[in-house]
Design a protein around this ligand. Structure first.
Ligand code: HDE
Length: 698
């Protein structure tokens, strides 16, 4: 958009009706229509007399309203709620022996990237902490074209064949007659469908685990899910599964926290990513490759083309080959995050597909959906979607092309010669599909090698700590308690004995079943010999430090300034941040008369927003908190959510009033002691006082 800078006469600030007029001048550009015509008055439509009918010739009004009427585009069918950022991928060292992909040829080379995280089921305006899979879609603008790795934060999927995707999505989203529930799997249609799809059981274990309620996008893994191929210059193919490993380790929230965060800050994940990038703490992941050959694929006890299965890291280690760093928020959410179009079919020379039937179906779906969403075939002209390398082709016209080919020639072969003739194919560097031998009858048939639906679900479950197993059981009980039809609850629970007998009993008990569980017939007898894999647990892959986390410090007038400063220094020294929570957002007067600025009023900054909290009121200040419900909830929730709490003696009155004083454990760290703040931060590295959970029922 062109702006005009010209000085215009200042007008009185208010119009005849008292409306506000703000005018251009100096550095302030003149408002224009889309055609560039300067606008004199943006407050009033053109009328016949100040109280008369509107005039149709008011082109400025009509253009403004017409454009507004067309502001919305269809939101994504799934993954509608998302948040994106720019960054780069840096390749550690050349991988030419494995792949010809240009971005992997040189060590230290940086490739621009755009990443969009998302939830799956919720609509665009839904809350961030829904229990859901998170999308982890990466667009790499390589020198040989755009490569999209459109993955999730869970390495397996619900279904084995793309044919079932519309059914899965219909079942999970709002029920069609009532249009609720929003962004929730806890309803009849979802569990009805799932209970009839034994292949989804492995994914269900993941979706009911804390993986589905991550604390931050920064603390979750990403997975390409399908088996892909990497192909080197000599044409040798290696199978690969892609992983993104977060530098800050894994972390999730508790379900009760998730529920409360959704109310306190429905934008919790977006705000977290935005703040991290804006403050220069750039989120980072390492790209990991699980590489294996045909021989391994043949010998592995599951089919590597089955997206409901993973390959344990103990069997094929993850080789870390580079890092992805997010360094820049978008300038405009709609232009970039909303309009970015990921397509699994966007691959580059050196990368290729496998025959995974889910992947093959996705290769059609993504391209197709972008045309619907973005309004035509020229969505690749939108800057966030356009390659950053040179590109030349003869595709033209359609809705709103921004760069039709120049010159007379728009076809080939042609005889115009040289540059006049336009681009031509390149057998040397052009993309070639790996010449896999394919043969067989044309059938609609699921391979028998896809028939084991429970063994890896069991492996996932037994790889979890006791705490995590408890969370899976509780999630199933919660979700199924929301299912109205008893036969759906019963059918779902009848799958669980194949995964773990104790889990099945626990869920049945939690649902108040009066009859014994009838185990459902399995297509293939589950294998019990698979060993636990530590890599599948969150708690066993936590952070080494408290860096990147946030502490909420509850203060009042009279708070000890020295202690506050010492605490802040210790927390910031660890690479974590603080937020000051006070009775009023204007802040408090500390013990030495200085002002401690606050970022939150207590009710606006509940403890669910923080990884740990410190409660450091003065004696008198604490008295004023005793009748404050938000203050009581602050400490009560911090206790219930197993947080580490730093405190001063004066806070005991509040703990007393909140009913937790008698239950304090060593997760409550006295700050006034020598090394108090240091001890508190050291404790926080463990993230949660998990032992406390045993003393509570959920
Ligand atoms: Fe998607 N998926 N999907 N999906 N998916 C979409 O594409 C689809 C699947 C994933 O931030 C849609 O642009 C089919 C697996 C992400 O823009 C749509 C099947 C995985 C995103 C679509 C799957 C994903 C999408 C909706 C089964 C993990 C968000 C809007 C065969 C590996 C990308 C859009 C973004 C989005 C189709 C299954 C990840 C409709 C048919 C498995 C991260 O095209």
């Amino acid at each position: 958009m062109k702006t005009r800078k010209q000085t215009v006469q200042k007008r009185r600030p208010g119009g005849a009706g008292g409306e506000t007029h703000q005018t251009a001048g100096g550095e302030v550009p003149v408002l224009t229509t889309q055609q560039g015509t300067p606008v004199s008055d943006d407050q009033n439509t053109l009328r016949v007399g100040p109280r008369g009918p509107a005039a149709l010739e008011d082109f400025h009004f009509r253009e403004k309203i017409f454009h507004f009427d067309h502001e919305r585009i269809p939101e994504r069918v799934v993954h509608a709620r998302g948040f994106g950022a720019h960054g780069f991928f840096e390749n550690y060292r050349p991988l030419a022996d494995i792949t010809a992909a240009d971005l992997f040829q040189r060590g230290g080379e940086k490739t621009p990237a755009f990443v969009r995280f998302s939830t799956v089921a919720g609509n665009k305006g839904s809350a961030d902490l829904a229990r859901d899979v998170r999308g982890f879609a990466v667009k790499l603008y390589t020198k040989q074209g755009n490569w999209d790795i459109v993955g999730n934060n869970i390495p397996v999927f619900f279904i084995q064949d793309a044919m079932k995707f519309p059914d899965l999505v219909h079942a999970v989203k709002q029920e069609p007659d009532r249009d609720f529930p929003q962004a929730a799997t806890a309803h009849d249609n979802f569990w009805d469908f799932i209970s009839l799809m034994p292949e989804s059981m492995h994914m269900i274990m993941w979706a009911m685990s804390d993986r589905a309620i991550p604390r931050s996008f920064r603390f979750m893994e990403g997975f390409g899910v399908h088996t892909y191929r990497l192909v080197n210059a000599a044409g040798k193919s290696t199978f690969v599964k892609f992983h993104w490993k977060p530098k800050l380790g894994l972390q999730s929230v508790l379900w009760d926290e998730a529920v409360k965060i959704n109310g306190a800050d429905p934008d919790f994940h977006r705000r977290d990513l935005w703040n991290a990038i804006q403050s220069g703490s750039y989120p980072e992941w390492e790209l990991g490759l699980q590489l294996f050959d045909e021989k391994f694929a043949d010998e592995f006890e599951f089919d590597v083309l089955d997206a409901t299965k993973l390959i344990p890291e103990e069997q094929v280690p993850v080789r870390r080959v580079g890092r992805l760093v997010l360094t820049r928020c978008v300038d405009n959410f709609f232009a970039e995050t909303e309009q970015v179009a990921f397509c699994t079919n966007n691959i580059v020379p050196g990368v290729d597909f496998s025959n995974d039937p889910l992947l093959q179906g996705r290769n059609f779906s993504y391209l197709d959906t972008q045309v619907k969403r973005l309004g035509g075939p020229n969505f690749t002209h939108i800057p966030v979607n356009a390659p950053k390398c040179p590109f030349h082709h003869f595709q033209q016209d359609g809705h709103m092309p921004m760069m039709n080919p120049k010159g007379r020639v728009n076809y080939e072969p042609n005889s115009w010669g040289g540059a006049l003739g336009g681009p031509r194919e390149s057998p040397e560097i052009g993309f070639r599909s790996f010449p896999a031998e394919e043969q067989g009858p044309k059938v609609r048939e699921r391979s028998e090698s896809f028939a084991d639906h429970y063994s890896q679900a069991r492996q996932f479950y037994i790889s979890q700590t006791q705490v995590e197993q408890g969370h899976i059981a509780n999630a199933l009980i919660f979700e199924l308690s929301k299912v109205e039809r008893l036969e759906i609850r019963t059918r779902l629970v009848s799958h669980l004995p194949h995964i773990d007998a104790k889990l099945a009993d626990r869920v049945a008990k939690g649902l108040g079943f009066r009859e014994n569980i009838q185990t459902i017939q399995a297509a293939k007898k589950p294998a019990a010999h698979l060993k636990p894999s530590k890599a599948l647990s969150i708690i066993q892959n936590g952070p080494a430090s408290f860096a990147g986390r946030k502490v909420g410090i509850l203060v009042t007038d009279g708070t000890d300034r020295k202690l506050f400063d010492a605490l802040r220094k210790e927390i910031e020294g660890e690479g974590a941040t603080i937020e000051v929570v006070a009775p009023v957002v204007g802040g408090v007067t500390a013990s030495d008369g200085s002002l401690i600025e606050a970022q939150q009023k207590i009710g606006g900054g509940p403890s669910v927003l923080y990884d740990a909290v410190a409660v450091i009121p003065s004696g008198k200040g604490c008295e004023s908190l005793l009748k404050n419900t938000a203050a009581k909830n602050f400490v009560c929730d911090a206790f219930a959510h197993l947080k580490f709490v730093g405190y001063v003696e004066a806070a005991m009155a509040l703990f007393e009033k909140a009913g937790i004083a008698a239950d304090l454990d060593d997760g409550f760290v006295p700050l006034a002691k020598p090394r108090g703040p240091a001890t508190f931060v050291e404790s926080c590295r463990k993230l949660r006082k998990w032992e406390r959970e045993k003393t509570m029922t959920v």
